[in-house]
Design a protein. Structure first.
Lengths: 343, 343
């Protein structure tokens, strides 16, 4: 690396990481299943809490799993395409909301405090939006690789669960373009109201996504190139955070449509790359459900939230903590002298 | 009352309570809606969290609502019909699980601790199961009224949210009989695997429920009579707890099939009587979804849990607390200097 004039991380180095990801720790997962069977409840009666415990043990590579230091990482970016009138809010809101996160006034601040979590907000050159993807690629390969490397910093020693989120006016349009570039279909399959555009705004989003993906199609030769073409910084950073978490044995909770669309870049590159990720909440944004089906992920919560900023991923931490509390705190049939099933 | 030789509460006195239930506090509910509109998020972006806040304000009759002293009340009862082989577990497990609750080893203990809740377990004459309802009424009117009055004690001063639960081997059979008696249909519409009976056990449950409701049909002249006919103590106590909570302005979180079936007694008596109740979790027991549709209730969580004992209602408290935390802790657009929607 010292002999290279390239930046510290290139897209090829990121691609190389994917070929050597740590796999599941089946021993820890099995230990969770075995203990679960002996706890004072009918087999399987805790439903998805039991699945969550097994998944946490498998991807933390330890039994019992623990969530003592969850972190919510929110990446904020601005998008050239926002100038095309695809959002109900002006682009200045990205920066204003970052200030709100820092001041403690946003939903994610309250939600993070409720799970005893550590909130980190990563502001990514908000005064330098990516290029408008209808005119050409949103980001260079170098800028994309840098943003991915930046996102990797969200995984620091001690963090034992990573909830992801994003903020960026216009980014449900970017997410739709990303999905269209990765999975095909029609723009209208992937475009939704986002923060709440009207019918005219929705038509504009569909036109912009169609135009942007058509314009960049020749360059969309692999999932990372799709990411460069439509952007943006917060999407690339989420890709990096997911990769770094996998390497550090930190399970990941994904949020809504934009966050899951970023994760989909990795899924298309390697289907096993999201096995350490769970989805916290189903967004009413129609593209999210379509995307979740392709990824084979069933969200933990479905509460009609459509806020982003890590709200759904952070809220779901309560359920994961509850799963561990039951797993570690419950008595076994023997300990409690409770009878098992009748013969 | 002093001149009456009757017990302290009669079914007629319970019926009279229903005619004079406190209604919604629309002023507090409206105050919640008005504040919600000014918080730094797109309108409605917190989805069901916003509905929950409004509902809590409406039924606590205060704004902002607060959950500082949630209580989980678990009522345990035994059922004569358990002797008919309708459960995968022997009836002795009811008492053993109560001991487990008291020792702190059950799922609900861990879940209650996680929400900073106060767990109360109400053991209801476990050595005196109700009568087998296939032979006649499970309980006398007096015993039913006494159990309802007993359940009312779960609402003590200071409790600001009540999560309900039950334990009773055989009680998914009782719940099915209760629903069949209240709403009609066929026994197979209401019977499910409960804690996990096999196909033969399921057929036995269907036969027992059909037989029991047919046998008692002539006496099932109103919802409280249906309750007497099929029992049991924990069902009647839940009816009492729901009523007492309404009178004390304490919102209620219902649990799975057995708990919701008990609540349905009140619903059939007066459709407004459950307006202060929300359902914490959807049970995979098929009768629960059928029942929820009739009650017009959409559960907060859907995690495949089928444990009862207040596990689903208690877990949902996290979501209600998070809703209040967002509502009270978030900045308004003005406070945070965040721009509203574009023109």
């Amino acid at each position: 690396m010292a002999t290279s004039a390239k930046p510290a991380a290139s897209l090829n180095e990121i691609r190389a990481l994917l070929r050597d990801l740590p796999g599941p720790d089946l021993e820890s997962g099995t230990a969770a299943v075995l203990r679960e069977r002996n706890l004072t409840k009918p087999a399987g009666a805790l439903g998805r809490l039991e699945d969550a415990t097994q998944w946490l043990a498998t991807w933390q590579a330890k039994h019992p799993p623990a969530i003592n230091h969850p972190r919510t990482a929110v990446f904020a970016g601005n998008h050239g395409v926002a100038a095309r009138g695809v959002s109900a809010y002006p682009a200045a809101v990205t920066q204003q909301m970052v200030a709100n996160f820092i001041a403690g006034g946003a939903a994610v601040n309250q939600l993070c405090e409720a799970v005893d979590g550590d909130l980190r907000v990563y502001e990514m050159a908000l005064d330098q939006p990516t290029e408008d993807f209808t005119q050409g690629p949103a980001m260079s390969e170098e800028a994309t690789a840098r943003a991915i490397a930046y996102g990797m910093m969200a995984v620091e020693p001690g963090v034992d669960l990573l909830a992801l989120g994003e903020m960026g006016i216009g980014n449900s349009t970017v997410a739709a373009a990303l999905c269209l570039g990765l999975f095909g279909g029609e723009a209208r399959d992937w475009v939704g109201p986002g923060t709440g555009v009207d019918a005219e705004g929705l038509a504009r989003k569909i036109a912009v996504v169609t135009e942007g993906v058509a314009r960049n199609k020749p360059a969309m030769t692999d999932p990372f190139e799709v990411l460069c073409c439509v952007g943006g910084n917060e999407f690339a950073a989420i890709v990096g955070a997911i990769l770094a978490a996998r390497l550090a044995r930190v399970p990941v909770v994904l949020d809504g449509f934009a966050c899951t669309a970023a994760a989909a870049v990795l899924f298309v590159a390697d289907r096993r790359s999201l096995d350490h990720c769970i989805v916290g909440h189903r967004s009413p944004e129609p593209g999210h459900t379509r995307l979740l089906k392709l990824l084979g992920k069933e969200p933990i919560l479905d509460l009609g939230m459509r806020l982003g900023e890590g709200s759904g991923s952070t809220l779901a931490i309560h359920i994961l903590k509850a799963a561990i509390a039951c797993h570690t705190g419950m008595a076994t049939f023997d300990e409690a002298e409770v009878s098992g099933r009748s013969a």
